[in-house]
Write a new protein. Structure first.
Length: 126
């Protein structure tokens, strides 16, 4: 596989791991409160995962290390705000997984925005 595919595979894998199995109640119950540590931890772990993927796939140089750090921060920042917005829109519109199909549309859009972030990051490196 080429670098682009390895990066995309790595980002999808880390996203799944940190968004589902490793995201506990402290994170997902508090992502809708701006500035809460739960949401910050979740975003930090997503950014850390991005950094690890970049360092595992790309040749490690001073330049790649610097840009991996920058884009990991960008990923965490974007991830935090996308999740915060999703949580607040769900609350505002009273959307729930068993009460509204729009809940699932919003969840899908949330995931779509995360994947667009990964595609943007990949284009900066390949």
């Amino acid at each position: 596989m080429n670098t682009t595919l390895w990066l995309f595979f790595g980002f999808l894998t880390k996203h799944f791991i940190f968004d589902y199995p490793l995201q506990g109640p402290f994170q997902y119950k508090n992502k809708g409160t701006y500035g809460h540590l739960g949401g910050q931890v979740h975003a930090f772990l997503q950014g850390l995962g991005t950094f690890l993927v970049l360092m595992l796939v790309l040749p490690v140089t001073k330049d790649s290390f610097f840009w991996a750090f920058i884009f990991s921060y960008v990923d965490g920042f974007v991830h935090y705000h996308v999740d915060w917005a999703k949580m607040n829109l769900n609350r505002y519109w009273k959307l729930g997984p068993t009460t509204s199909e729009q809940f699932w549309w919003l969840l899908g859009f949330d995931q779509y925005l995360h994947y667009l972030t990964y595609l943007y990051i990949i284009t900066r490196f390949v």
